[in-house]
Design a protein around this ligand. Structure first.
Ligand SMILES: [Zn+2]
Length: 380
């Protein structure tokens, strides 16, 4: 079968919420092009005007909250607020599913950079049940993490009365999404519910799963509108005010102790993303089996748009790295959940696109000797 690809980058038409113009250019490329026309100097001024309003006004002593993970983006956000803006941020981290050694180093490094960090250790019994349930129910084992990283910092904002939250790049902007989501400069409950990657599953839907009670889900509920309004919670996307260039920012945070992997991270060719989480490769692989493109495509498209590589070079990278069976992530997932390899593979198969991947006459997906699926399509 033939998949249509963007003529400028390598996004396929199977990507949800992606649109093509008459020249066959995708909406993510159009959005990237528009970013070059923005008056960034004006945006910078706008940003500093906004933060002046919050500087040193908070009786707690903290000027803002920076949600952090131990990844490069949140380290840059924290660096920017502390070192460039001269604010006193409180970093808030929602503990990831299964943290890596590098991830832990990068998280601890935030304190070394001169900031206080709240590390929210999740109730693993409840969280694990949600990991297993969401893996089976929506084909995304990182689902409870997507919720936690967005709700816990807001919960602390409300509890501590710190209204300003600084998020990073709007992911819909970076990876392409509906126009409405791209134009957002604030992260609100509505943004989270519509564009936060929750796949139609709500936290309420987890009540009763393997005995989970509503009370046990407390940290995953977004604070009430009443509380948000009382505190005046405002979550700004830093990427709305500054041109977001991940590779440039990486060089800056590396000078401040941020560590990267020696080798490319599973599922892609870069060594600076998804460093903090052992099982995220499974999340990326599930995207691949559903839509026929993976993390290497995401990274290649960004590098193409930023003129770091040509489309041809990107194509070679995608062919080499995209969609490989994530052995390390699956092993880590098995260790975390206690599921068997067979159970895990059966769930993955149930989400595998039968049009995009080859099956034998009994309906079994064909695989090469390394466990990789056989594509029914050419990447072009
Ligand atoms: Zn494109």
């Amino acid at each position: 079968m033939q998949i249509k690809y963007c003529t400028r980058c390598l996004f396929p038409e199977t990507k949800p919420d992606l649109f093509f113009d008459e020249q066959g250019v995708c909406s993510a490329c159009v959005a990237a092009e528009e970013k070059t026309q923005i008056d960034w100097e004006q945006r910078r001024k706008d940003f500093f005007k906004i933060i002046e309003h919050y500087r040193s006004k908070n009786p707690t002593g903290y000027d803002c909250i920076v949600p952090v993970s131990g990844g490069k983006d949140s380290t840059y956000q924290a660096y920017y607020m502390k070192k460039v803006c001269g604010l006193n941020p409180l970093c808030v981290c929602f503990e990831t599913t299964a943290v890596t050694e590098i991830g832990q180093h990068n998280l601890d490094n935030l304190a070394e950079m001169g900031m206080d960090v709240i590390h929210f250790k999740k109730n693993d019994e409840v969280y694990r049940k949600m990991v297993i349930e969401s893996f089976k129910r929506v084909g995304d084992e990182m689902w409870p993490n997507h919720i936690g990283i967005f709700t816990i910092p807001v919960m602390f904002a409300v509890k501590f009365n710190i209204p300003l939250l600084i998020w990073g790049e709007n992911p819909q902007q970076e990876y392409g999404g509906p126009l409405e989501s791209i134009q957002n400069k604030v992260l609100s409950r509505r943004w989270l519910e519509e564009f936060g990657g929750l796949l139609g599953n709500r936290i309420q839907d987890m009540i009763g799963v393997d005995g989970i009670t509503e009370k046990e889900l407390t940290p995953y509920f977004y604070p009430s509108d009443e509380d948000i309004e009382r505190v005046g919670v405002t979550g700004l996307f830093l990427g709305h005010y500054f041109f977001w260039d991940a590779r440039k920012q990486l060089e800056i945070v590396k000078e401040h102790g941020f560590r990267v992997s020696e080798t490319p991270v599973e599922g892609t060719y870069t060594n600076y993303e998804n460093l903090d989480e052992k099982i995220v490769g499974l999340h990326d692989y599930l995207k691949f089996v559903k839509y026929g493109f993976g993390r290497a495509t995401d990274h290649a498209c960004i590098d193409i748009r930023n003129n770091r590589i040509t489309r041809e070079e990107g194509l070679d990278l995608v062919k080499k790295y995209d969609g490989k069976y994530p052995h390390y992530a699956v092993e880590s997932f098995i260790e975390y959940t206690g599921m068997s390899k067979q159970e895990v593979d059966e769930v993955i198969d149930s989400y595998t696109n039968t049009i995009l991947f080859t099956q034998d006459e009994t309906g079994r997906f064909l695989r090469d000797s390394d466990g990789n699926l056989v594509r029914n399509f050419e990447i072009a």
